[in-house]
Write a protein that binds this ligand. Structure first.
Ligand SMILES: C[S@@+](CC[C@H](N)C(=O)[O-])C[C@H]1O[C@@H](n2cnc3c(N)ncnc32)[C@H](O)[C@@H]1O
Length: 385
């Protein structure tokens, strides 16, 4: 194809190519020609950069694109502010856009769609808000929709990013919890969202039942659709406040308390919902310095509920901010008078086994004794407290 080009010394090729991208005049689908020490960089129009220009033939062809940044047209001075990562949920790219890039968000969205043709929608994530943790979403490129189907651990989830919470970043954490569930357990997932914990546990383990509920009617509608779509028959679904649902379904063996910002408000009800013994997985967003205080608070709530902690592990799920971590406390408890009976029933022996032999095969816990001064950490991911 015949096109205008700028003729530049080879050593300045990358610098000029970027300038042309910034000006929005690089002809991206034509191959740059090299002759000796000169590069002929194709442009969509004649461009005066104090380099010779001419018209010539260029080959069309596949251009290797490593990142959407290779095809986005934004001023050179702003390239450093381009988002360097984003989530992919089904066929939707979800990204945060810094304020200085707001006027280029359409261009960024279109570049992502050009870069990855399997994506159909790009949305700007303006943050998760309120008790229902629903994202404030703006479609910035592609089809005007916020619904998609996301596959995780081989299971399919209908999601609506504007109606109910879902994050693909917790996939490994969901697997970690599912790996701990033994056959015959009664599991409560009272903050179930669209069902990724409940459905994974029901499908891959053999619980007696998983009680999955949420206060958000839109989340419950998707949860029910997902239970049906994945042909699950061990999940009972409810709509309502966690406290009431836990009261209704008790006793249970395990509670997944996945509401990191206010989880401790629900801890008392979660422990009260356990039978003679059980496990609560409670999530928090914490500064490292606050971990010990959080563990102490859990112990106090357990004691108030008339239970005793037999094992308390802290697992780091992911970094949440430069100073904060998203963490899980896995709290195994027993009613005070039952402690002496550890190991006398199948479910008790499961609890005591879990203490030293995690079902993942790898040790997933780390201990810091409550009364001992904190020593150097050997392992980062999981600690017992
Ligand atoms: C962080 S999301 C977790 C969703 C789900 N566990 C997941 O992994 O996708 C928390 C969920 O708890 C629900 N929620 C918040 N407060 C609640 C309450 N008091 N009772 C029941 N559900 C509640 C929200 O609607 C939201 O779907």
């Amino acid at each position: 194809m015949r096109a205008w080009c700028v003729v530049v010394p080879r050593e300045r090729g990358e610098e000029i190519r970027r300038r042309l991208v910034g000006l929005g005049v690089l002809h991206k689908h034509l191959r740059i020609v090299r002759e000796g020490d000169r590069l002929f960089i194709p442009t969509t129009a004649r461009v005066d950069l104090d380099f010779p220009t001419e018209q010539r033939e260029f080959g069309e062809g596949f251009v290797a694109i490593r990142s959407y940044k290779d095809v986005v047209d934004v001023p050179e001075s702003l390239r450093r502010s381009l988002p360097s990562s984003f989530d992919v949920i089904g066929d939707i790219a979800v990204l945060k856009i810094p304020s200085e890039m707001q006027r280029y968000r359409g261009e960024i969205g279109r570049a992502i769609l050009r870069w990855n043709p399997t994506l159909q929608v790009v949305v700007e994530d303006r943050g998760v808000k309120g008790e229902r943790r629903v994202r404030s979403i703006d479609v910035i490129a592609g089809e005007r929709r916020t619904t998609t189907v996301h596959t995780e651990h081989g299971l399919r989830y209908a999601v609506d990013l504007a109606q109910a919470y879902f994050s693909p970043r917790l996939a490994s954490e969901r697997q970690r919890i599912a790996n701990q569930v033994l056959a015959g357990e009664i599991v409560a997932d009272p903050f179930a969202g669209v069902g990724p914990y409940a459905i994974l546990i029901a499908k891959r383990r053999r619980p007696k039942i998983v009680h999955a509920s949420d206060v958000n009617p839109a989340a419950v509608a998707l949860l029910r659709a997902n239970v049906g779509a994945n042909r699950i028959d061990r999940v009972a679904t409810y709509e309502g406040d966690a406290r009431q649902i836990l009261e209704q379904i008790r006793p249970v063996d395990r509670v997944i308390l996945d509401l990191p910002h206010t989880a401790f408000d629900h801890l008392g009800h979660s422990f009260a919902a356990l039978g003679a013994r059980g496990v609560v997985h409670v999530y928090r967003i914490l500064e490292r310095a606050d971990e010990r205080a959080a563990a102490d608070r859990i112990r106090a709530i357990v004691a108030q509920a008339g239970l005793e902690v037999t094992d308390l592990r802290l697992h780091t799920v992911r970094a949440y901010s430069p100073t904060q971590q998203h963490v899980a406390f896995d709290v195994t408890v027993v009613r005070g008078s039952r402690r002496a009976g550890l190991g006398t029933s199948p479910s008790v022996s499961h609890r005591s086994r879990m203490k030293s032999t995690p079902t993942t095969g790898r040790r997933s816990g780390r201990t810091v004794r409550q009364s001992a001064p904190r020593g150097p950490r050997k392992r980062r991911s999981t600690r017992r407290r």
